[in-house]
Design a protein around this ligand. Structure first.
Ligand SMILES: [Zn+2]
Length: 329
């Protein structure tokens, strides 16, 4: 039906745009094709609250009726919610909606520094903590091992297998991150803090940690997981009107967070400052430096106008109805 044409065209345009981009980098790029069957429409559908169904255009005067559960109906009837589009695939129905968010005026910041096996968090109230992420790293280790046992020269088979395990692994890591990001954002909301994180520049952070090679599967996985955590924190924060800023992280791991001198590594991942004598855990020191940069960048306390955030920004989130029903978050 014509309702679906517009989104099909825009999907195709997106695929082509990506193709042109990758072809510039690699002229051998294969011709693209749409992998997944899906229908998306931004109009023509109806949600019937009393009948508890979603009606999708199907045949003239014969819409397809899909039942919605109470949770989904509840979310969609919240104030300031606008339904944007509906996507139907083989397995699931996704409903995208947006919410008009009133940005909060933060009284301080909470800085988050992601390391290979932990999150270091420092906030304007002077609290510094670490959150263990070793279980995320563990998951990765386990799956990498499974993969390394599969030696087959057939590239197609290997790609498929890697893809499958890669996907499973990403889902596990995502789940671990969802808990962490949810708690961090709740904490920021309670304390009325904005969030500051480091701008990911790819290579640099990887060198700094020095634990693995950038091109390995593990490396790609980790690069992905750094970005995934930021993505989660950012969208959850924005959904609550909490500003998110990114700062340049260069030097944050070696400079003293009190006097700015270059620090010397000591035992057990601690650093000592030769000028002021400050001794601190290196991850916490980095988080404190990121916090200080954030405060300089966005001095909320005095002039909140200086923020580099568009106020009243409309946040558009794609929310999966199944996932919502399961997690209740
Ligand atoms: Zn110092």
């Amino acid at each position: 039906m014509s309702y679906y044409k517009l989104c099909a065209i825009s999907k195709a345009t997106g695929i082509l745009r990506n193709y042109r981009k990758t072809r510039k980098k690699n002229p051998k790029t294969k011709e693209p094709y749409a992998r997944r069957l899906q229908l998306t429409t931004c109009y023509g559908f109806k949600i019937k609250t009393i009948e508890k169904v979603l009606l999708l255009p199907f045949k003239p005067k014969q819409p397809l009726s899909i039942p919605l559960n109470a949770y989904v109906l509840g979310v969609l009837s919240e104030p300031n919610i606008q339904i944007r589009s509906v996507t139907l695939t083989n397995e699931r129905l996704s409903i995208s909606y947006s919410k008009e968010v009133e940005p909060i005026q933060p009284r301080g910041l909470i800085a988050i520094d992601r390391n290979l096996d932990n999150l270091a968090i420092a906030d304007s109230d002077g609290h510094i903590t670490k959150r263990n992420l070793a279980n995320a790293t563990e998951v990765k280790g386990r799956y990498s091992e499974i993969r390394s046992h599969m030696r087959r020269n057939d590239m197609r088979v290997r790609e498929r297998v890697t893809g499958k395990y890669g996907r499973k692994q990403r889902e596990k890591v995502k789940q671990i991150f969802h808990r962490a990001s949810k708690e961090i954002v709740l904490d920021a909301k309670r304390k009325k803090f904005g969030v500051v994180m480091e701008k990911l520049t790819g290579i640099r952070k990887l060198y700094r940690k020095g634990n693995w090679q950038g091109r390995s599967f593990r490396g790609r996985m980790n690069a992905w997981s750094f970005a995934e955590l930021q993505r989660q924190i950012e969208y959850k924060a924005r959904w609550e009107g909490i500003p998110v800023i990114y700062v340049n992280p260069s030097g944050t791991s070696v400079k003293c967070s009190i006097c700015g001198s270059r620090m010397k590594p000591e035992e057990n991942r601690t650093l000592k400052c030769p000028s002021c004598g400050f001794t601190v855990d290196r991850d916490l020191n980095a988080a404190r430096n990121i916090l200080a940069r954030g405060v300089r960048f966005a001095p909320f306390a005095s002039a909140s106008e200086a923020m580099v955030q568009e106020p009243q920004r409309r946040v558009i989130l794609k929310v999966d109805a199944d996932e919502l029903a399961k997690s209740g978050s």
